[in-house]
Ligand binder design. Structure first.
Ligand SMILES: *Cc1c(COP(=O)(O)O)cnc(C)c1O
Length: 425
């Protein structure tokens, strides 16, 4: 059930009207629904109930401390991709022992920070990274738990920028090199081989590629087991898509259905192995936890009728929401209140000095200057990708809980943006 609905002709987040939020906090502003966030996490948690499984929220999708705190309180772990993200987990009161550290370029400093907090696992992506981690852990007198991110070479059939498990991808260890890489890892004294992982891409509407990737991981786990390298967990990554409401686009697979099929496969495999040993299953969902929990609220500045196109110039821009400029992403736009302006076909654009600064193209909208619009399904890869291009302060963030709005991040002011700068003497 969507937590964003029209009540008396005005779009609400749960019980709060978005026009009231714009009046109180200004625009552009990200508005999230707490109920939607908890429901999305519960879809994973419920499907994992009674099993040895851990949901590590991929926080690069949305790393606001209040969101991390809400998820941590539901038992979530976190998938991080930088030392900065670990600092956010700690600041939000998350448990570092439920953290897994992904990414192709971890620095020695980041490794030290993560080891000092005893994180659950490093998802290692190359042999040089194994050596660096072994050295850093050795110097600290610690042992690092590792998993290898294997590239299962499965086509996720998604946008090329968010397909990550193909042979030509910068991510992971090639499938054919995985056994040799595990043998190397097993010889390094300050590493403990703990698991295997993959992450094949994002915004997957169908779970078939994920189940195929699991088959390939199972093949490797069995081969490693035969050599005496026993893995304790399998981490299938994130990637389940969400409904951006684009006409003609297929609906994403429900999370419960996907996890049901995945656990059925795991159970059949473990039963066939006859060793009775369970294996922990880890998930790294990002988009499917936060994507549909948020909207970007923006106000129309001007309507501009060009020779070939009509432009709706709004106060949000590509620095607030980069997905359209970066991936040609289609995101749904709706007016907050239904007025009586004439409906026309517009390109919705921001004030930034770039032709790539657009939020939506060829949309029929009935809007007038001063009206409020929302961009739907903006909770994932929205605020976390925001920049200060054109010295624009980043948007405020609000979490609505029933009839209460919490400002969980204030709007940045221009002075914040140059506070770290200085003149040369
Ligand atoms: C981005 C990322 C995720 C999350 O992907 P979603 O498509 O948002 O679920 C999970 N794991 C890794 C390693 C990632 O880089």
């Amino acid at each position: 059930m969507s937590q964003f609905s029209y009540q008396d002709g005005v779009l609400h987040a749960e019980g709060v009207s978005l026009s009231a939020i714009a009046d109180q906090f200004g625009t552009p502003t990200y508005v999230y629904s707490k109920a939607a966030l908890l429901a999305n996490f519960a879809a994973y948690a419920d499907a994992c109930a009674g099993r040895d499984a851990l949901v590590c929220y991929a926080m690069k999708a949305n790393s606001n401390l209040a969101i991390l705190d809400l998820l941590a309180r539901q038992g979530a772990g976190f998938d991080i991709v930088s030392g900065g993200e670990l600092q956010r987990v700690l600041a939000a009161g998350g448990d570092p022992r439920k953290v897994i550290f992904s990414g192709v370029g971890k620095s020695a400093d980041e490794m030290r920070l993560a080891l000092s907090h005893d994180i659950l696992c490093f998802n290692v992506e190359s042999i040089p990274e194994l050596h660096r981690l072994n050295e850093v852990a050795g110097a600290m007198g610690k042992t690092a738990r590792v998993s290898l991110r294997v590239n299962p070479n499965v086509d996720p059939k998604t946008h090329p920028y968010i397909a990550t498990g193909l042979k030509a991808s910068k991510f992971g260890v090639a499938f054919d090199d995985a056994l040799a890489t595990y043998r190397t890892a097993a010889t390094l004294p300050h590493l403990e081989v703990a698991g295997i992982d993959c992450h094949i891409g994002s915004q997957l509407l169908d779970d078939a590629p994920l189940l195929e990737a699991l088959d390939r991981l199972i093949e490797l786990i069995d081969k490693l087991g035969d050599e005496g390298i026993v893995l304790h967990h399998v981490d299938i990554g994130g990637g389940i898509g969400i409904d951006y409401r684009e006409a003609g686009e297929a609906a994403p697979v429900p999370v419960g259905d996907y996890l049901g099929r995945l656990f059925a496969k795991i159970d059949a495999w473990r039963a066939a192995r006859h060793d009775g040993r369970p294996i922990k299953v880890i998930f790294e969902p990002g988009r499917s936890i936060v994507g549909d929990t948020g909207v970007l609220l923006t106000r129309v500045e001007f309507l501009k009728h060009g020779e070939e196109k009509n432009f709706c110039v709004v106060d949000a821009a590509m620095n607030d929401m980069a997905r359209p400029a970066l991936y040609q992403a289609w995101m749904d736009m709706q007016p907050v209140a239904r007025g009586n302006a004439e409906a026309l076909t517009y390109d919705v654009v921001g004030p930034i000095c770039e032709s790539g600064d657009w939020l939506a193209r060829d949309r029929e909208l009935a809007v007038a200057p001063g009206d409020l619009l929302v961009m739907h399904t903006a909770g994932a890869y929205g605020m976390t990708m925001a920049s200060n291009y054109n010295t624009r302060g980043r948007a405020a963030e609000i979490i609505v809980d029933g009839t209460v709005s919490h400002e969980v991040r204030k709007r940045e002011q221009p002075a914040d943006l140059f506070a770290l700068e200085s003149l040369i003497k």
